[in-house]
Design a protein around this ligand. Structure first.
Ligand code: GDP
Ligand code: MN
Length: 382
């Protein structure tokens, strides 16, 4: 699970990594108050889980609360590589003397942790790494021993970070590595880690990926996800245990297994339509899951027809059919449903639909036929 920059910084602060003081804001007014509270110059930063916000115009310096509000108004709603900005982080501006790059990841091949440090951090690190790989120092860390003080210094010296503040940078590396291990991260990346004009070392950005399989060890982590101001439909789907992704077409898709759902999306576009979502009910879905999946789609006003495509394996088509009947009986489904059932208990499933949902669902024999019908019913085209 990827965290927002501000969430990563909150974790860094707890591990003793210096970060600028800041506030979350979701409206221009909140950005103005945040700037007032912080005082002086601030940076207004788009919170999206994708890099390159600076280059996309999602990071702006403001010298007054009024200016912070103006930047906030411009940045909120902005699209950065397909991510809509809904949250801002307003933080006290830093005076940058130098920008470094630091990351800790797991090198699975080497069965060790890998540290990467460069004195040439900032927005062009990818170009630096490509043109001058030597500028990024790599060092493996034995996960049992951890990052030794000696190694932290070695990274600082080999990367050519400022000598006068070497102790501070080494301490920041040690704290970041501790955060990486203690929080069960897959990735901790700080670009830039800055040297300020006052001679301090501060994490100015954060990219943290938590290992979701370690969540049981961190009861506080689910709160990070809740703070995501997730799309309400996605939140509802997640609560129902469904794997849902919003897309921009008009054909609602429900399938079992990510592979089948992906191919259903492809077939829908092949016949000239566009899916309004990806929704995988998972393996072994029972009737409740199917009912929930249909309920989730009722929340999406862009859906004009629904295509249920099930290839029964451990999932039983008769249970799927039961779930559809329950949804038809208990929910107001505003669109036609095309159903293609194949595999385990498909015949039983079709019989149930024939008896209890006759005229209320459109049966289809094949995926192609199902897709054609659903696209037609959705009004065709995109
Ligand atoms: P990214 O573009 O998504 O990686 O966002 P960053 O948080 O790394 O910010 C991009 C760039 O904005 C940094 O490399 C800095 O050059 C600049 N920047 C961010 N915060 C500050 C700040 O407090 N003061 C100054 N002067 N520049 C900043
Ligand atoms: Mn950055």
């Amino acid at each position: 699970m990827d965290l927002f920059e501000y969430q990563g910084k909150q974790l860094f602060a707890r591990s003793g990594v210096p970060v600028p003081e800041g506030r979350v804001a979701v409206t221009p007014d909140e950005a103005r108050s945040a700037a007032e509270e912080l005082g002086g110059r601030v940076v207004v930063k788009a919170q999206v889980q994708v890099g390159g916000r600076g280059k996309a115009g999602g990071i702006k310096l403001a010298s007054s609360p009024e200016e912070a509000a103006q930047h906030a108004a411009a940045i909120l709603g902005m699209d950065i590589k397909g991510h809509t900005v809904r949250i801002l982080w307003v933080e006290r501006a830093s005076a940058i003397a130098d920008e470094y790059y630091v990351s800790f990841t797991l090198d699975r091949g080497a069965k060790q942790h890998l540290a990467m440090v460069s004195a040439r951090g900032g927005m062009d690190i990818e170009a630096v790494a490509a043109e001058d790989p030597e500028a990024v120092v790599r060092l493996h860390i034995d996960p049992v021993v951890g990052l030794t003080p000696w190694q932290a210094s070695e990274l600082v010296y080999r990367a050519g970070l400022d000598r006068g503040t070497a102790r501070l940078s080494a301490a920041a590396l040690a704290s970041l590595y501790r955060a990486f291990v203690d929080l069960d991260c897959d990735l901790v990346e700080v670009n830039p880690l800055i040297l300020t004009s006052d001679g301090e070392i501060v994490a100015l950005d954060s990219k943290v990926t938590l290992d979701s399989s370690a969540f049981f060890r961190h009861p506080e982590f689910p709160a990070f996800r809740e703070a995501f101001a997730e799309d309400p439909i996605e939140a509802m789907a997640r609560e129902a245990g469904l794997n849902f992704i919003k897309l921009d077409g008009s054909v609602g898709i429900i399938g079992n297994g990510a592979g089948l759902v992906m191919s259903t999306l492809d077939v829908v576009s092949l016949v000239g339509g566009a899916a309004s979502n990806f929704l995988d009910v998972g393996g072994g879905a029972g009737s409740d899951t199917i009912t929930s999946a249909l309920r989730v789609l009722t929340e999406d006003p862009t859906v004009r027809a629904v295509l249920v495509n099930i290839f029964g394996g451990i999932t039983r088509c008769d249970l799927v059919a039961r779930g559809i009947v329950t949804a038809l009986d208990s929910l107001e489904l505003p669109w036609p449903i095309v159903v293609r059932l194949d595999g385990t208990n498909a015949e039983e499933g079709r019989a149930i639909l024939g008896e209890e949902a006759a005229g209320r669902v459109v049966p289809a024999e094949t995926m192609l036929e199902a897709a054609r019908t659903a696209v037609d019913l959705a009004g065709g085209g995109r």
